[in-house]
Design a protein around this ligand. Sequence first.
Ligand SMILES: N#[N+]C[C@@H]1[C@@H](O)[C@H](O)[C@@H](O)[C@@H]2O[C@H]12
Length: 446
Amino acid sequence: MVKLVFPKDFLWGTATASYQIEGAWNEDGKGESTWDRFSHTPGAIYQNQNGDVACDHYHRYEEDVKLMAEIGLKAYRFSISWPRIFPEGRGKINPKGVSFYERLINKLLEKNIKPAITLYHWDLPQALEDKGGWLNRDTAKYFSEYASFIFYKFGDMVPIWITLNEPFVNAFLGYAWGWHAPGKKDLKGAFVAGHNLLLAHGLAVQAYKEGGYNGNIGITINVAAVYPYTNSEEDLRAVQVQDAFENRWFIEPIFRKKYPEVIWKILEKNYLSFDFPISDFDIISSPIDFLGINYYTRNIVAHDESNKFLGLKRIEGPNERTEMGWEIYPDGLYDILIQLYRDYKIPIYITENGAAYNDKLENGKVEDNKRIEYLREHIKRAYFAIRDGVDLRGYFIWSLMDNFEWAHGYSKRFGIIYVDYDTQKRILKDSAYFYKKVIEENGIEE
Ligand SMILES: N#[N+]C[C@@H]1[C@@H](O)[C@H](O)[C@@H](O)[C@@H]2O[C@H]12
């Protein structure tokens, strides 16, 4: 067996998000978030579940950091709940909220685990949503105020900063399709929200750089490698459209100061338009230090004139699927890394990669062999991308522990740590021990 050894300082981590694990939804001065409101809306979430308690990480963070250290994590990506810091989104600060994250960061540093903070992972203060949320351009300014305060408090302690998590998902699932908070169904709103999210990103990057902090800042984008169903001209064109829409919509403004053409075509086809100062792109394109990508699966597309939105349809791939119904396609991770690094020549972190399976706790163990296989095959592709020239800096498994999977509630388990929600007991799955070995050996057997 050939051992694939990663670069010496390669960062092995796991990822979580505040709303998905913390609980304490209205404790110690925390303000309501859009996800508190949305998950309390009957019918919004599987079995009307919510994140009121989640994994009770707010109270159990010390135990969780100990488990991270037991696995040997080099880094831990987590998000800060904006309304836990600014209950109304801006103005009055909640000292107990600040204290929670200060204690968490200090615990991580004590264990030599690098904190990687996401400033916004979808849980917008409801008070700002009540003023228009991401449809209101001022929210971008409020975000930069929030970010500036967080940088002021933790900027010298935290080396890796991510402004936004998956703005595409937040904009489209939250504003166009209504599947996520705030549950709006307004196509134009998705584009306006998307733009204001990017503006918020740019303002936060400028605040970080002006603060002279010595860490690195970037953004996390969800990506799926795209392949044609056939090699027909039409299907090849469909690949370009899907890639531009799902992968590049939030990347091109940052690196090329413009939206992909397809975005304007969608607006035009739907008799929509929205205005913004072209100088916004000067802010949005403020230089970042890395690109974070979340990769789970691929898309196969074919031309389909009857689809008035993008003129294409997605074709089911032939390979095995995870519990999310997503095809397992590790080569897609290699391909998207090569494509993005070729196009933007920027350091990359895999800020999320992982799989949901119907894990069973039996005799105190969780033998999640399928997840181990999923992780092994994707880690191998990450190695091959580095071998072939990609400046890949780290890999974060989604997720550290089973948690609240948005509209799916607790029905999908992504963790390498099993959470018994009745008792809040944590049990390391076999995949946690697999990952411990990968980290110890800084690599994997081919
Ligand atoms: N679904 N799914 C799993 C995972 C979700 O739990 C994360 O919060 C998102 O950043 C991203 O969608 C990926």
